[in-house]
Design a protein around this ligand. Structure first.
Ligand code: FE
Length: 349
């Protein structure tokens, strides 16, 4: 076996290179776009062929190197199906096994920090992303996070692993590099010895600032670290406004809004907000919409959880639309707010 823990100082991201050094096949977990040269050099130095890149989630603090590494090495890019991301080669789910050489990695869905957060178990170690950090855990106050789900993922899934299993997190800001399930069960300040209610109260009152890169990193990572069509993300991002489901409903009472639902036709057919039109993200053509509506038309983007719509909004904004509004939390938030959804018999877009 071959194992390297790598560190990106700008984002404090920990990337992991693991390999079967008899078959010379490798996997990178959470590679960082700014560190592609380092990673390619390391692979080359050790005669390893990169088979797969794995994401623990859609990151808000750095752009993934998945797409760049695919171009450099032909590695398959993978992310959880629950991340609602596009442009990856394979969408993985709980219990999937990723095989490379004679080695296997087990994907364990550990939602909470984000809905698609996934931990990866390999031999005697688990790569926990931002689900379980050394002495802490990822925040749950954006990207559709859920403290309830995070409690379940840590207490009921990760803490059920053997206490000797080594914990390799996605970040550490204080120079720590490895822990174990046993240590975290005893010393993790957010969850060790806490009741579920105490944990939920802690998570509710963290009061953290937004990550500085969130508006660039999230849309880029939803596309596997690839630029949006037209090089949009390369050219830098531009602000997108957002509204809550309730704010949107209030606005819809008083005016006719152009609400674009970027989910798949199947999702749209099953349920949707009345008067929305379906333009699936993979068919979103900002130039065609500009020709149809003009760049001064206000466009509202919605999806199921608010991740795909954020990406769509960014594309439209970059294409020159002056008023693009993203619906926070998507149709899930709409339903949670007790607002009406239309179900079945789709309306033609
Ligand atoms: Fe994160």
């Amino acid at each position: 076996m071959f194992f390297r823990q790598l560190f990106d100082p700008a984002s404090s991201t920990l990337t992991y290179l693991i390999a079967d050094d008899t078959a010379h096949e490798a996997v990178l977990i959470d590679p960082v776009a700014d560190q592609v040269d380092r990673d390619v050099r390391l692979l080359r130095e050790h005669g390893l062929s990169l088979k797969v890149t794995l994401e623990t989630h859609v990151h808000a603090d750095h752009v993934t190197a998945a797409h760049a590494l695919k171009r450099a090495t032909h590695a398959q890019t993978m992310v959880s199906v629950d991340c609602n991301a596009q442009g990856y080669d394979k969408l993985i789910k709980d219990g999937d096994v990723i095989v490379f050489g004679h080695e296997e990695i087990l994907a364990i869905a550990t939602p909470g920090h984000t809905p698609g957060s996934t931990s990866y178990l390999w031999r005697d170690r688990v790569f926990t992303g931002d689900t379980l950090l050394i002495g802490g855990c990822g925040r749950t106050d954006f990207q559709n996070g859920s403290a309830e789900a995070l409690w379940h993922s840590i207490a009921e899934k990760l803490f059920k692993l053997d206490e000797q299993i080594l914990v390799y997190p996605g970040h550490d800001y204080r120079g720590r590099r490895v822990s174990s399930i046993g240590e975290e069960k005893r010393f993790n300040t957010r969850i060790a010895g806490k009741t579920r209610e105490e944990f939920l109260a802690i998570m509710k009152n963290l009061g953290l600032p937004m990550p500085s890169l969130i508006h660039e990193a999230v849309p880029a990572n939803l596309a596997g670290g690839r630029s949006a069509p037209g090089g949009a993300l390369d050219a830098g991002t531009v602000p997108v406004l957002s509204v809550s489901a309730r704010q949107l409903a209030a606005r819809m009472q008083f005016s006719v809004l152009r609400l674009i639902d970027v989910r798949t036709p199947e999702e749209f057919a099953a349920l949707r907000i009345a008067d929305s039109i379906n333009v699936p993200l993979d068919r979103l053509d900002p130039a065609a919409l500009a020709a149809k509506y003009g760049l001064d038309e206000a466009l509202y983007c919605v999806c199921q959880t608010g991740t795909r719509s954020q990406f769509a909004a960014q594309m439209l904004r970059q294409a020159g639309f002056r008023q693009v509004v993203h619906v926070d939390g998507g149709t899930n938030a709409w339903a949670m707010a007790g607002l009406q959804l239309v179900r079945g018999s789709p309306v033609r877009a």
